[in-house]
Design a protein around this ligand. Structure first.
Ligand code: HEM
Length: 293
């Protein structure tokens, strides 16, 4: 996002992002919570300072870095732009924050689900080994074409993992005008908290909803990031902007994971939702390069 930070500044920024979390939310009445909130606020302030300084330096520089900050500054200079200095800092801060744990949590949970379902692992291996076999040149790794057209089962696994993981626990919206819903009025100005788990774990929509069953996605649209019955990336105008990237990351990870390595789970991960998810136990796996067959 900001590619020309000095290594030590970059390290500091990453440390601030690590501190800047919402785990304190789990026990709002404990004294330790307030100490953590203080640390989080300080980390946020320091991160904003670093991003601000980078923006100020870059604003008047002629040299281009070709990164996301350059793109945002170019956008800001356009007539009628929706960007201004503060919104750029806020966007960089938010993306750094929301993208930090989301994909890695989803990846850990996916591995956890796969490890408990040998049939799924066998099918994944079959799909990805077929991709490797078909390649003329084995060196360059996964291609865009392969990602888009050769992994239907992997997409099913990703959708199913995201549905069960239900990482976006609550999505907030504000009613900008009075809205009628089934005889009730949500008055203008009210905040609405949407809980996607209500649809993700609804047995009228998903048979045996707590079961990990990628095959339930057979024949369904697996290109779009969601629908009214799958809100893992939220929905509407504020839908997650990282949904394509996150699914790509997961697919690339699965490809290398099942074609290059053998693994066994040493400790399963456990997730706690209070209401935002965080791991109470990390996933621990033994991983080794695949023995040549
Ligand atoms: C599996 C991984 C991810 C999940 C489950 C996830 C989920 C979500 C959800 C539920 C929302 C709220 C959407 C709404 O209010 O309708 C959201 C928003 C957002 N996500 Fe993600 N996300 C993931 C990965 C990422 C990544 C990798 C990025 C950045 C590269 C990202 C950037 C954002 C941003 C910037 C927003 C705010 C969008 C806005 O308010 O307009 N997310 N995400």
């Amino acid at each position: 996002m900001i590619s020309n930070l000095k290594p030590e500044t970059q390290e500091k920024l990453i440390d601030h992002f690590k501190t800047f979390n919402i785990e304190w939310f789990q026990s709002p009445f404990a004294l330790s919570t307030w100490k953590t909130v203080y640390k989080v606020l300080r980390a946020r302030k320091e991160a904003v300072k670093i991003i601000n300084e980078a923006l100020e330096k870059r604003k008047d520089s002629i040299e281009k870095q070709g990164d996301f900050l350059d793109t945002l500054l170019e956008e800001m200079k356009k007539e009628g732009s929706i960007f201004y200095k503060e919104s750029i800092v806020s966007l960089l801060l938010n993306i750094g924050f929301v993208s930090r744990d989301s994909t890695s949590y989803a990846t850990a949970l996916t591995v956890n689900f796969i490890s408990k379902n040998p049939r799924v692992l066998t099918e994944l291996k079959r799909e990805h080994e077929a991709i490797v076999q078909k390649r003329d040149d084995k060196e360059p790794g996964l291609s865009w074409e392969e990602y888009k057209n050769c992994m239907p089962f992997t997409r099913m696994v990703i959708y199913e993992s995201l549905r069960l993981a239900n990482l976006g626990t609550i999505i907030f919206r504000k009613a900008v005008k009075d809205v009628e819903v089934k005889g009730y009025t949500i008055p203008a100005g009210w905040i609405v908290a949407v809980a996607p788990s209500v649809v993700h774990y609804n047995s009228e929509i998903y048979e045996n909803p707590l079961e990990f069953n990628p095959w339930r996605w057979e024949g369904k649209d697996l290109q779009s990031p969601g629908s009214k019955t799958l809100m893992v990336f939220g929905g509407g105008a504020r839908q997650c902007i990282g949904s394509d990237l996150a699914r790509l990351h997961l697919a690339v990870f699965i490809h290398h994971f099942v074609t290059t390595y053998d693994f066994s789970v040493v400790q399963e991960c456990e997730i706690c939702r209070v209401p935002f998810p965080f791991f109470t136990k990390d996933l621990v796996i033994n991983i080794s390069p695949k023995s040549p067959s």
